[in-house]
Design a protein around this ligand. Sequence first.
Ligand code: UD1
Ligand code: UDP
Length: 368
Amino acid sequence: MRPLHVLLAIGTRPEAVKLAPVVHELRRRPDVTVRVLATAQHRQMLDQILAFFDVVADIDLDLMRRNQGLAELTSRMVAAVDAVLVDEQPDLVLAQGDTTTVMVTALCAFYRQIRFGHVEAGLRTGNKYSPFPEEMNRSLVARLADLHFAPTERSRANLLHEGIAPDRVSVTGNTVIDALQWAVERVDPAEFAPPEGRRLVLVTAHRREHFGTPFEQICDGVRTIADRGDTEVLYPVHPNPSISEVARARLADHPRIRLTEPLDYPRFVAAMRAAHLILTDSGGVQEEAPSLGKPILVLRDDTERPEGVDAGTARLVGPHAERIATQANRLLDDPDAYREMARAQNPYGDGHAARRIVDTCLDTGASP
Ligand code: UD1
Ligand code: UDP
């Protein structure tokens, strides 16, 4: 019997973090050939992560352009990914999450009638425009996929509610926890320890639906937190010009706000460990922070990751300056409120998601 030929498509930073454990797990198995396709929807941020996890792309489409638009990125990617599928003839294609890369790869696999497995399936806010365009990407991919790897029971329920056949859905946990458990052993939080008497507040933000006024509000909220005097803000800025130009204009002059380039993954994990509090609109960071016992204020009005909110480790504060500052002040001033949110919980996985995903892929093989 010829080995199962699996192609994994990876486009952006979070996909690299979350698919690296799957690549390693597949490479450990006999009777599988594994090929990694980097669409390189991201460039530097993707390369940083792949290097840390020692994943080398077999094919690299190098698609990123500065300030790329959704339609033009999508159109360039469709033609390029289709050509790879024709060349590679995989039995199974895997992609993760909700980016343009996963949406395009699922569509191209469908056109070529190749089986497609969706890692991190079933996350929903129910709001077509939030997160944008990710909510729609995930919903479209659910229609196209053959195998759905839901991280939690709740994401499984979302898929069943949309009519996906139960035998196509497995609950695996999120591979982000596999990656985090591996990395956390290898990092030293000392680098990010704040000066005596100050607490570290870590910030990330990049969502497209926040471009413009909502992101300015986020910056204003962050500035108010830094104005307290007893905090040190560390903010690795996403390179999207719609974010980075505004962040620098509104925050760079503050003596207690440190803006940096995106941190490579182990240093970002170290920063999360050193942080007292995390403010983020990132999906991955919402999943990582609870395992590290770090309270998160989610800079969004809704989330497709409600498990952290239910567990009490995350709170939605929206992109609203006043609410951001009020909720941060509460956690900085009230030790009981802080302790309540800082209990380490792990609603997103147990570190064995990649093994479950690969087991299912091999059990179902290349059959339709
Ligand atoms: C993308 C995903 C989003 C994901 C995020 C993770 C889509 C539509 N969006 O958003 O779901 O949460 O990645 O970070 O798929 N850039 C660089 N260097 C990099 C990466 C990006 O300079 O390494 C800049 C470029 O100018 C690029 C821009 O950021 O054009 C936007 O990149 P893009 O992948 O289109 O969108 P993100 O906002 O990064
Ligand atoms: N991350 C990183 N360096 C940073 C900020 C984030 O390595 O400076 C990691 C983070 O630990 C998480 C992932 O990037 O694993 C999240 O990516 P991002 O926020 O870009 O995308 P999202 O998860 O929102 O899709």
